[in-house]
Design a protein around this ligand. Sequence first.
Ligand code: C2E
Ligand code: CA
Ligand code: CA
Ligand code: CA
Length: 271
Amino acid sequence: AKHERRGSIGFYEEKLTSVSQRKLQLSVKLKQALETEQLRVFYQPQYASETLQIVGVEALVRWHDAEWGWIGPDEFIPVAEEMGLIERLGEWVLLTSCTQGKLWLDNGIKGIKMSVNVSAHQLRFGQFMGTVKQALIKSRFPAELLQLELTESSFIEREQEVIPQLIALKSLGVQLAIDDFGTGYSSLSYVATLPWDTLKIDRSFINRLPEDKAQRQMTDTILQLAKNMDLSIVVEGVETQAQFDYLRSKKCEVIQGYYFSPAVPAEKITF
Ligand code: C2E
Ligand code: CA
Ligand code: CA
Ligand code: CA
């Protein structure tokens, strides 16, 4: 029995080591990928539910490693945050997306809103405002068409530090969205006190529509809240016709999800 126990502890340690080893290797690879421009940005279209016109896109970073294949942002963004690479990565994504947005404008595709994800870590050292300004200047992309997506974890317990930054960002003319709305904490107080333009309703709120009564009540309530507070709504993770039909019937303006399109390279989008 003694032997067995030791064996299982050994197994546990081995597993732990291989996980942290992968993380370490990942951070080394990610650093190289950033330096050698191996990352890409894909764009997931967002549709007006009434007209099915594309009204915006969400920029989502993609990474293909020659050795490991595709690595998802859910795996490497946390590593980038932990290893101090997120500022550089975020800056690159921002400039790349704004440059793409400007290219669309120059090709006569007007009014497409570009949404870019911002990690809580990027708001940490007070440099972020300068990063956004630089990206707008370098790309010549109009600030009004840029929307920054933040999750509730970005400002939870850090209001003193984050609120002035959000106000400064608004003064540049960019829009602000709460990402994954409803999955964090004390959403309502943050919705009320900070200068948001858009709520993005998380997939987990709509995945059982239209059958699930609780989800129907919840989405109806959030839609009413947004309306009362003069906020735009984007519902993400729409995967079925039935979900789409329900949301459209509730006058939910903008829809994003695999039912319409995953994130794709810019040149694959037909407006
Ligand atoms: P997110 O911001 O909530 O992005 C939405 C995620 O849901 C994306 O995953 C998208 O591909 C996926 N998605 C879209 N439609 C559907 C659908 O109908 N069904 C399902 N099941 N999923 C759908 P992705 O691209 O793997 O990104 C995962 C997360 O990684 C993002 O979640 C975001 O938090 C983070 N991320 C991605 N790109 C960036 C970036 O440039 N910077 C930062 N800081 N984070 C990023
Ligand atoms: Ca997002
Ligand atoms: Ca989201
Ligand atoms: Ca997310």
